[in-house]
Design a protein around this ligand. Structure first.
Ligand code: LIP
Length: 262
């Protein structure tokens, strides 16, 4: 599929506006915790009524504006195509359900399987990340860039976890990072995890299995900030998920060896 620069700019501005509006909808729920209707999709896999409401809003608006594109969402699924939107209505739902402000709305757009537009709105943190392939990345309108850290002994590494992977594999990975001299954290949102590499709040993000909706936008944001990101969309990444490693270019080979993700 060929898209013109004008097509992409139109989609970027539309997605930015829709993610901001979706943020207002989500904040409405977040500020009324008793209205969240929290349930579990599985072990440690949280769901609230806000996830469905935000996804329905984004899906309806994107389909109306770009009828030729397809939409994949965490809650409602969807078909991949050469022009596909990939949505996570609330990334960091466990945080959202516990009143913790570390959550966001993630809107990614892929052309011919190439992550091309990435918008991450974190309304409770008053942050909006906007990126387009080859056009740079901003946080609240200001350019951002990854850190220059090249030594694992100084690296601040975020390691994502989910019950999709045996806990021992996760614990072993933590042990290898510490053994190499790194320090780790976990914030519970893969999308914000990639954004925090992009603005040098951390130097790396790794997760042994993550879904396309968690990272489709963050991949563009991190790459446009000068970050190295593993080839998540290889194979069935878009439908089955994959491991992900995102870091400063200088840390890539050390961390690929430590995490086993390349
Ligand atoms: C979350 C991911 C995170 C992962 C969590 C969860 P959700 O997505 O962003 O990286 O570690 O287990 O999958 O469920 O909040 O959209």
């Amino acid at each position: 599929m060929s898209v013109t620069p004008a097509d992409l700019m139109l989609r970027r501005y539309a997605a930015q506006g829709l993610a901001t509006e979706a943020g207002r909808i989500a904040l409405g729920y977040f500020s009324r915790q008793e209205s969240l209707g929290v349930t579990m999709k599985g072990a440690q896999d949280w769901l609230t009524v806000a996830d469905g409401a935000v996804e329905d809003f984004l899906r309806a608006r994107l389909t109306e504006l770009f009828p030729g594109d397809t939409v994949i969402g965490e809650e409602g699924g969807g078909e991949a195509s050469d022009a596909v939107w990939i949505l996570d209505p609330i990334d960091g739902t466990a945080n959202f359900a516990h009143g913790d402000r570390t959550w966001c709305i993630s809107v990614g757009f892929l052309v011919n399987r190439e992550p091309t537009i990435g918008i991450v709105a974190a309304p409770a943190l008053d942050e909006l990340y906007v990126a387009q392939r080859g056009q740079g990345v901003t946080l609240n309108g200001q350019k951002i860039a990854v850190s220059g850290v090249d030594d694992i002994g100084r690296a601040y590494v975020e390691l994502g976890w989910s019950p999709r992977v045996p806990s021992q594999h996760y614990v072993d990975m933590i042990g290898r990072v510490y053994a190499a001299g790194g320090a780790m954290k976990r914030s519970g949102s893969g999308a914000l995890g990639l954004c925090h590499v992009a603005n040098a709040r951390t130097d790396a993000y790794a997760e042994l299995h993550i879904n396309a909706w968690d990272i489709a936008a963050g991949v563009v944001i991190a790459r446009e900030a000068g970050g190295w990101v593993s080839d998540f969309f290889a194979g069935d990444g878009i439908s089955k998920g994959n491991p992900i490693l995102c870091c400063t270019p200088a840390l890539a080979s050390q961390l690929s060896e430590i995490t086993g993700i390349s």
